[in-house]
Design a protein around this ligand. Structure first.
Ligand SMILES: CSC[C@H]1O[C@H](OP(=O)(O)O)[C@H](O)[C@@H]1O
Length: 357
């Protein structure tokens, strides 16, 4: 738990609990403005996830866990011994905030399992302990993944990333950028080429911010520039995060990831997906079953607050796509690495004995 009042967010500060409330770095305004918003009510946290104040699959799960703490406190304050019934509406609000990142549902399910074990007294302390544990476990998992992913890279090489799978998208350190941090520290990375990632620009605004903050060489590029860069022969890996990995190893991630993976395969470049096991959903057999979030087309029709398209222009704005397992060379989790993923290999990983997540 934070011991000093959060003031200026760093990349590790997507979500922080301090005294009696949750603080979220407002990722909608980074890096131009670095500021926290504070939350004391679960419905406000659900809206913060929907509006992408906080985003990034693991960070969404951590935030939802803290949202359940707020929900439990409010339910006990209003319903006393009946808090387990009163909390349900807020749990549903949190679950309805965004559909694709399975970490959200994983975190709520883990908090529900605790709720079932609690008695009718104030659940806040126990819920907070569990949310803090989820947060710390995610941070530790990212460091483990960073090391495992770095071992796969011979280097020195250039890397392409897409979107932001960094510290600010997780409980800290990052998934894809956690591998980048560990591999750079081992002298294996010359430069990171970060796709700007239209329309929400997570790459331009967040990945560039994180890597410059850490002194890691980063070059921003248009999403469409990745192909010619790959043709140049300097890129050894595409490294991305994920929002949900199906039982067969299909990977849902930010829109554009699928195209990158096709380009990588064409150019003999390897694709690494770094994600904690809280991102693996063994209940969906393949990527075809993963719900793909469609966001407001206004996010696409404008850029930086300026209208791009003509009035009345129709747009589609799916914000994730699915990369088939056949185009993924390695899935790196905190429990281990799956090369050339298949359902059998993913099942073996999830059955491995490195504790429940
Ligand atoms: C480790 S973040 C995983 C994932 O989340 C991002 O999506 P969004 O920014 O819409 O929450 C992106 O797909 C990242 O790769």
């Amino acid at each position: 738990m934070n011991t000093t009042k959060p003031t200026l967010p760093t990349p590790d500060d997507a979500a922080l609990w301090y005294e009696d409330r949750l603080y979220l770095a407002d990722q909608r305004v980074l890096p131009e403005r670095a500021e926290f918003l504070s939350y004391q009510q679960a419905p406000e946290v659900a809206e913060a996830i929907r509006a992408m104040v906080v985003r990034g699959a693991p960070a969404i799960g951590v935030t939802a866990a803290y949202g359940v703490v707020l929900a439990g406190r409010a339910a006990h304050a209003t319903a006393g011994v009946g808090w387990k019934t009163a909390i349900e509406a807020d749990l549903e609000r949190l679950a309805a905030s965004r559909p694709t990142a399975v970490n959200l549902f994983w975190a709520i399910r883990r908090m529900r399992a605790l709720i079932e074990r609690l008695d009718t007294t104030d659940p806040t302390p126990a819920l907070l302990r569990e949310a803090l544990a989820i947060h710390e476990e995610d941070r530790a998992a990212n460091h483990r993944m960073g090391d495992l992913g770095a071992e796969l890279i011979e280097g020195p090489t250039d890397i392409v990333t897409h979107c932001n799978a960094g510290a600010i998208a997780t409980g800290g350190y990052g998934t894809a950028l956690g591998v980048v941090r560990s591999a750079f520290a081992a002298g294996k990375i010359r430069r990171v080429y970060a796709d700007e990632t239209r329309p929400w620009m997570q790459g331009a605004r967040l990945t560039a911010w994180e890597l410059m903050h850490d002194g890691i060489p980063v070059t921003l590029q248009a999403d469409g520039a990745a192909a010619s860069l790959m043709a140049g022969g300097s890129v050894g890996w595409v490294i991305v995060g994920s929002d949900r990995i199906a039982a067969n190893g299909d990977v849902a991630n930010k829109i554009g990831t699928y195209g990158l993976a096709v380009l990588a395969r064409y150019h003999g470049i390897k694709v690494m997906v770094a994600a904690p096991t809280s991102t693996v959903d063994m209940e969906v057999a393949s990527g075809a079953e993963i719900p793909i979030e469609e966001r407001d087309s206004d996010e696409l029709l404008s850029c930086g607050g300026r209208r791009l398209a003509p009035a009345g222009c129709v747009a589609r704005n799916p914000v994730f796509d699915v990369t088939p397992a056949a185009l993924v060379d390695a899935i790196v989790t905190e429990r281990g690495v799956v090369l050339n993923p298949t359902t059998e290999k993913m099942r073996a990983l999830m059955d491995s004995s490195m504790g429940e997540r």
